[in-house]
Design a protein around this ligand. Structure first.
Ligand code: GLN
Length: 543
């Protein structure tokens, strides 16, 4: 796994709660909630050897999981977890695992599954609830999802909260800061769940609530300078999207023009996009940017390719070729510039935390855990071919944190809130063969659609929107004449994680207005349809 300075920096500079993932669908919510509390949290698979950790966490949380602890082959935590002498909180499977570790007889299959809400009551001893429940109403609705249960209290523990069905809804060690919860405090259905996590992280583990993007920014700049050194130089391919723009601005703040950004115009960018990105990055943000005009090389090569995978592969491969040619030129320029005069040693990439999590999360006892790999092949080629080291300054951040960092860096709001855009650009928004004519139609239609969305003030409510070209043609009538034109497919979705999505519910008159403008203003189009497919079964892009 490549460790970027972003990663090394976050847990070395911020108090960190380590979340060990046993495969629950909610594990990432634990890290999210903690970060919302301004406590840094990092997730690793439950199989992590604790002696190999590169940092000392202030506390450890064991997540839930779909297995039963007593089953053969179910995952178990490194027993060294008890020797680290930091507070531990087990959630559901995590609690069962703690109990099982102490004595396998402690956990059994329950007689009935408990799924959904339960009323929890914190237990008072000498008029005091446990500090895990401090400042929280004694009675609260919590969310349960389990079939197994504790058969008895593990030795040395006492009950700190009960529910009607779970005698041991929350347990705590009598003298050590070790806790177990049968319910899930990380889901929003649990009342005061965040307050409970705060009591654990801040009250019990003693974490300072310093995880803010302003502080991250200072730390990241210091760390990048440290990694790159006085003379070192960094190269990057950027797209003009949020992630690469924020990462590029961060690099610029850290090392000025020793950071080299390259934007390749692949001929399938949106209307005026290349110029706009150039303006934003150079004029507004002061980034050292080279634009490579390569539209013809892409559009020529795309002739005759109608298979989506082949299109993607062609664009990806051509992109790498062009980027490498440019890298050689930049190396020469950099070596001859006495003000810079260092070698280009690093290649920067805007990888985000969800990609890291995806490659780390625990997929089951028999499944191998994927190691982090970067899609697109560019980093691998840069690393192997040119001996460049990878630097990933956003590796610790979620998307909304990247946006907050962008604001802290003074990047304008419209850019910070931009919808994601695929690497192969509008080539995957033109079904079948890409031709200059269809690219032009897709650009015009998309521009109308997005402008109307902005005008209606709903851009930020939508996660991704675009207009695509369906090259099968339909018959229409315009000015009493028969026309035969392409079909434009409008797509707009809302999603939180892009894994599942729903079509956006536009007002009817809005769709009518967009349809009207497109058929009137875009030559060669005579029909407009709205794609209402959710994901699954549809994907967000058409190809
Ligand atoms: N599989 C365990 C049970 O059913 C744990 C479930 C969970 O962690 N949500 O009790």
């Amino acid at each position: 796994m490549a460790a970027g300075p972003g990663e090394a920096m976050a847990h070395s500079a911020f108090d960190t709660i380590l979340v060990l993932d046993f495969g629950s669908q909610y594990t990432h919510l634990i890290t999210r909630r903690l970060r919302e509390l301004n406590v840094f949290s990092e997730m690793l698979p439950c199989t992590q050897k604790l002696s190999e950790l590169k940092f000392v966490p202030k506390g450890i949380i064991l997540s839930g999981g779909p297995y039963s602890v007593y089953e053969e082959g179910s995952p178990h935590v490194d027993p060294a977890v008890f020797d680290l002498n930091v507070p531990i909180l087990g959630i559901c499977y995590g609690m069962q695992e703690l109990a099982y570790r102490l004595n396998p007889d402690n956990v059994i299959a329950g007689t009935h599954r408990e799924y959904g809400h339960a009323m929890l009551k914190a237990r008072s001893i000498d008029n005091h609830v446990d500090r895990l429940f401090e400042g929280i109403e004694e009675s609260m609705r919590v969310w349960m999802s389990h079939g197994d249960k504790l058969a008895k209290l593990p030795d040395g523990f006492h009950t700190v909260a009960t529910s009607d069905n779970s005698e041991y809804a929350a347990i705590g060690h009598q003298s050590k800061p070790i806790y177990g919860l049968q319910f899930h405090p990380e889901v929003t259905h649990t009342q005061n769940g965040t307050a409970l996590l705060k009591n654990f992280a801040v009250g019990i583990c003693g974490c300072k609530q310093e995880w803010t993007m302003q502080k991250f920014l200072e730390e990241a700049i210091a760390q990048i300078r440290h990694t790159v050194g006085e003379k070192g130089q960094v190269l990057a391919a950027i797209s003009g999207g949020v992630d690469s723009t924020v990462a590029a601005k961060l690099m610029k703040e850290a090392i000025g023009s020793r950071f080299w950004a390259v934007l390749v115009n692949n001929g399938v960018m949106r209307l005026n996009e290349c110029d706009q990105v150039k303006k934003d990055l150079t004029e507004a943000l002061g980034i050292n940017l080279t634009v490579v005009e390569a539209s013809d090389r892409f559009l020529d090569g795309l002739k005759g390719i109608d298979d989506p995978e082949k299109k993607r592969k062609f664009i990806g491969g051509k992109f790498i070729d062009i980027f490498e040619e440019e890298a050689v030129k930049i190396e020469e320029a950099a070596a001859n510039d006495p003000a810079k005069a260092g070698k280009i040693e690093f290649f920067m990439q805007g990888t985000l935390y969800p990609d890291v999590i995806e490659s780390l999360s625990f997929k089951g006892p028999s499944a191998t855990i994927k190691t982090h790999h970067n899609v697109g092949g560019l980093p691998a080629r840069m690393a192997n071919g040119q001996g460049l080291k990878l630097i990933e300054p956003l590796r610790s951040l979620y998307k909304d944190e990247v946006r907050a960092l962008g604001r802290a860096l003074g990047i304008r709001e419209e850019l910070v809130m931009r919808h994601p855009f695929p690497g192969p650009g509008i080539a995957v928004r033109i079904l079948g063969e890409v031709t200059p004519e269809k690219v032009e139609i897709a650009r015009q239609a998309d521009h109308i659609f997005i402008s109307e969305i902005r005008k209606a003030g709903i851009y930020d409510q939508i996660s991704q929107a675009y207009a695509a070209v369906d090259p099968s043609r339909a018959v229409g009538v315009m000015g009493d004449k028969r026309v035969y034109g392409y079909i434009i497919v409008l797509r707009a979705v809302t999603t939180t994680d892009f894994m599942t999505a729903e079509a956006y519910n536009f007002p009817w008159d809005f769709l009518q207005r967009v349809m009207n403008r497109i058929v009137n203003e875009v030559h060669g189009v005579c029909r407009v349809v709205y794609d209402v497919t959710s994901k699954p079964p549809g994907t967000i892009e058409l190809e």
